[in-house]
Design a protein around this ligand. Structure first.
Ligand SMILES: [Zn+2]
Length: 281
């Protein structure tokens, strides 16, 4: 599943090819994504200019200036299996290539076999994008300067759930998916079942710092795939990191050599080293 780093790398990969481009045609071959694609967009986006790109959580955002002076944003979510890439105009659409943005010299193409993704339009005349229902409950961005140990500490005082579950919920800070939650807690030497509100300020500072480090490392790793967004098979943008604990049950801890353990929290697998991440009483 694409996580925040994959979405950011996707944005970096397509940005030079879509920014400033005029959408000659917006083609929807299959509107049945997680939420139906509004077919009126084929008219709204005709001759619109993509002014810039952004990202919020796992939403890739294309800001558009429309022909009738309306301003809006397309929120693209990659769901479980979605991807975007740049293709030559004569590239035949393959199965699962659901949407094309047609520019003068190339196309942006959205591919999604499982169709859990979405492409949603937000008219900025209606209100600020951050007030959109899909974005409203999202936590702070991990790379926001305001996301500090103090911020995490203050926003976790009323949370009795386990720290792994609270990180995954995304309402304190976005982007810490299942893989990264295990990795962050290993690096912080915090047991994943620790009650969130029991964390000290010092532990909160370690968490904020490691969230930034782990996610940035993943984005940097994906940077080597940026060229793959052009004329690729649509499978680029996903990359494997070397993990300390994730998916390593029974294998030796990279620090102490003891076996990595696997537990299930809120229906999701958690990996940790019971020696390096001791439970606190
Ligand atoms: Zn260990």
């Amino acid at each position: 599943m694409p996580e925040l780093p994959e979405v950011e790398v996707s944005r970096l990969g397509i940005d030079p090819h879509v920014r400033g481009q005029i959408i000659q045609q917006f083609i929807v071959r299959n509107a049945s994504l997680r939420w139906p694609v509004d077919l009126r967009l084929q008219e709204t986006l005709k001759n619109a200019t993509i002014t810039h790109t952004a990202r919020r959580g796992k939403y890739l955002i294309l800001y558009c200036a429309c022909e009738d002076d309306a301003q809006g944003a397309l929120l693209i979510h990659l769901g479980m299996s979605g991807s975007v890439r740049i293709v030559a105009p004569d590239t035949p659409a393959q199965k699962h290539d659901h949407i094309d943005w047609v520019f003068e010299t190339h196309r942006l193409r959205y591919h999604d076999p499982r169709r859990f993704g979405s492409v949603i339009w937000h008219d900025l005349a209606v209100g600020d994008l951050n007030l959109h229902p899909r974005l409203l409950s999202l936590g702070i961005e991990p790379f926001d300067d305001a996301f500090t140990g103090e911020y995490f500490y203050q926003h976790s005082r009323n949370r009795s759930q386990a720290i792994k579950v609270a990180l995954l919920a995304g309402d304190i800070v976005v982007g810490v998916g299942n893989i990264y939650a295990s990795e962050v807690l290993f690096r912080c030497k915090i047991h994943p079942e620790t009650s969130t509100k029991s964390l000290t300020l010092a532990q909160s500072k370690r968490i904020a710092a490691q969230v930034k480090i782990v996610l940035q490392a993943a984005i940097d790793k994906g940077g080597s795939t940026l060229k793959d967004f052009v004329n690729s098979d649509g499978k680029s943008g996903y990359f494997q990191m070397h993990y300390n604990v994730y998916d390593r049950a029974g294998e030796p801890c990279t620090v102490c050599g003891r076996a990595i353990q696997r537990i299930v929290q809120a229906q999701r697998a958690t990996y940790f080293c019971a020696h390096c991440q001791p439970a606190t009483q």
